[in-house]
Design a protein around this ligand. Structure first.
Ligand code: CAA
Length: 259
């Protein structure tokens, strides 16, 4: 597939997706969002097991939705825009593969919301996170008012969304938003290490663990636990679980086939 706003590199088991509008700090215009949707659809059906998302250039992961494109929007068009971005990020979260956000610079507004739709995040020491929409007279429209409080709690999320303040990587780590902070030069290598780690695990189990966590999160605990037991049962119908357990007993590395 040919994209004008995305760079896709494929490796053994994992891919790296670089959001590539460096002159606009990788801002999410409609073209980029539409290409992202096409990419997600094709990646879903691929044999790849992990995806790393990062931004091109030194400065930005993504500086938000494209503000210039929003200048003439009517309220109805803004509603459409919000639904479209939410749908795209939900498709990303719903991928059966693991999505690792490697946040190399600013992740603001829609860029922060994209990061929140990744399964987990690592960040460069230069990364900054924020929801500056209120400084534009707007609110976050790509899931930020909903996903952020689920990750860092109500009060931290209201602080960020109501002040528009930006936080640095170390604070994002302390809030549990990112799992690791790396030297800028080491970010990509670390993301690759984590992608390879994920690729070594049982791919069906990884996808089902993801499903159990996200689906269970919006349920009451008794239903969520029932869901877990159901999905646990499903793992016992896979060849991978036989391989994983046999390999443990035989003291060798498992050779998962994704079946
Ligand atoms: N949309 C469009 N263009 C953007 C952009 C954005 N979100 N962010 C940066 N750019 C462009 C700038 O206009 C500039 O382009 P020109 O060279 O053509 O003027 C270029 O990227 C470089 O940006 P700056 O000169 O501003 O760089 P800086 O280092 O001085 O500042 C920054 C960096 C603090 C990130 C600043 O660019 C900034 O504040 N950007 C906007 C951040 C923002 O408000 N994001 C939220 C958008 S709204 C949203 O996302 C809604 C939603 O939830 C769906």
């Amino acid at each position: 597939m040919n994209f004008s706003t995305l760079l896709v590199e494929e490796f053994d088991g994992y891919s790296v997706l670089t959001l590539n509008r460096p002159n606009a700090l990788n801002a999410l215009n409609q073209k980029l969002l539409s290409e992202l949707k096409d990419f997600i659809l094709s990646f879903k059906d691929s044999k790849q097991r992990a995806l790393i998302i990062t931004g091109s250039g030194e400065k930005a992961f993504v500086a938000g939705a494209d503000i210039k494109e929003m200048q003439e929007l009517t309220p109805d068009q803004a509603h459409e825009m919000s639904l479209n971005g939410q749908e795209t990020f939900q498709m990303l979260q719903d991928l059966p593969q693991v999505v690792i956000g490697a946040v190399n610079g600013v992740a603001l507004g829609g860029g922060f919301e994209l990061a929140l739709a990744c399964d987990f995040l690592i960040a460069s020491e230069k990364a900054k996170f924020g929801l500056p929409e209120v400084s534009l007279g707007l609110i976050p429209g790509y899931g930020g008012t909903q996903r952020l409080s689920r990750v860092i709690g109500l009060k931290n999320a209201t602080y960020l969304a109501l002040t528009g303040d930006m936080i640095k990587a170390d604070k994002a780590y302390n809030l549990g938003l990112v799992t690791e902070v790396c030297e800028p030069s080491g970010l990509n290598d670390r993301a690759v290490e984590l992608a390879k780690l994920v690729c070594s695990r049982g791919p069906v189990a990884v996808g089902l663990a993801k499903q159990a966590i996200y689906e269970g999160y919006s349920k009451a605990l008794p239903e969520a636990l029932a869901l877990e037991a159901d999905i646990f049962r499903r793992t016992f119908a896979t060849k991978d679980h036989q391989e994983g357990i046999t390999a443990f007993i035989e003291k060798r590395a498992p050779n998962f086939k994704g079946e």
